[in-house]
Ligand binder design. Sequence first.
Ligand SMILES: Nc1ncnc2c1ncn2[C@@H]1O[C@H](COP(=O)(O)OP(=O)(O)O)[C@@H](O)[C@H]1O
Ligand SMILES: [Mg+2]
Length: 331
Amino acid sequence: MSLSPEEQVNMYRVDSEVSDDMVRHPNPGITVPGCQGIWRTTGRLDSEHGDSEVVVQCLELPQENPRLQPPRILRAVKRLRTQKIYPAVDNKVTIARGLLCLAKANVSETIAVVRMLCWYEDATFTYIAMEYCAYGNLRDWIAASPLQGEAWAREVARQILSVLAELATAQLAHRNIKPSNILIASAMPIRIKVADFHNAKWMTEGTGLGTQVGTLAYVAPEMRGNLDQDHKVFKRYDTKVDMWSLGVVLHEILTKKHPFREPGRSRFSELRYQMFLQNNGCSVSLDALDGMVSPYGMSFVACMLARNAAFRLTPAEALNDQWFRNVIGYM
Ligand SMILES: Nc1ncnc2c1ncn2[C@@H]1O[C@H](COP(=O)(O)OP(=O)(O)O)[C@@H](O)[C@H]1O
Ligand SMILES: [Mg+2]
């Protein structure tokens, strides 16, 4: 028996009493362990825009013996404004779509997607409770660490590709793959989790993808209505947009540089991006990668950044690329 989209989303909904820095889930009927009892906010995580906020919450445990320190049970909770602020944006619809995609992506136990524990709401906000990934996000990881090397990059790429392969099978496009949306669940060995399904879309039959969402610096050309080689405008795009974004992410992991930012600047350079598109076939000169990466790694990244989506590999094809073959494993 298959559930309707609404039922899939509501499976995760729990009753809650929300107050400042605390939330109580009064209904003990729910079996998900991360969504019972009283949770207190113990810290705030960064957020990239004003419409959302992510906090860490700790479960209140009975203090039977004050000398024994029980292990802390933590979760992350993302808060999204449900009410409309701008007339043109219906937050409710967007939030419901994101929740559906996250619920669908959570179907398999093994997929490296951040676990959704439950969601709840009050008059103003919708809250999504998730497993807490203690090592933060890949953007901060790249910024704080020395260059990680090709084997590390390949392992991260393999894990993201495994997620993208499952998402593509489920007809889901993430549409906002970038380092700050990749969480690190374990550092040694490296284990990532794909997060932030706020822009994700489930491609039901007959409806393709046409809207431009995501983050400019990671957005595939076809999503911006750029011309393909036959000078036809792409009106629709598909899950290959996530492969482009992965190419940008890989470039950043391998070089600590963004391919479309001026050296030393943090802002996306439209000029660099357009110049890149002008020169691009499937073999493109990605200067920053020269000498840092094996030829297989180089051609893999170039293929992810093919301007024409048809030349980009699917996630399943990418996992079979020479770059991943004959590798004994990472650490
Ligand atoms: N489950 C989680 N565990 C640990 N950190 C998280 C978790 N979810 C989000 N974060 C942190 O919060 C940041 C913002 O979360 P995200 O879902 O991307 O929201 P937004 O982009 O809308 O601000 C992430 O980059 C990450 O640093
Ligand atoms: Mg994000």
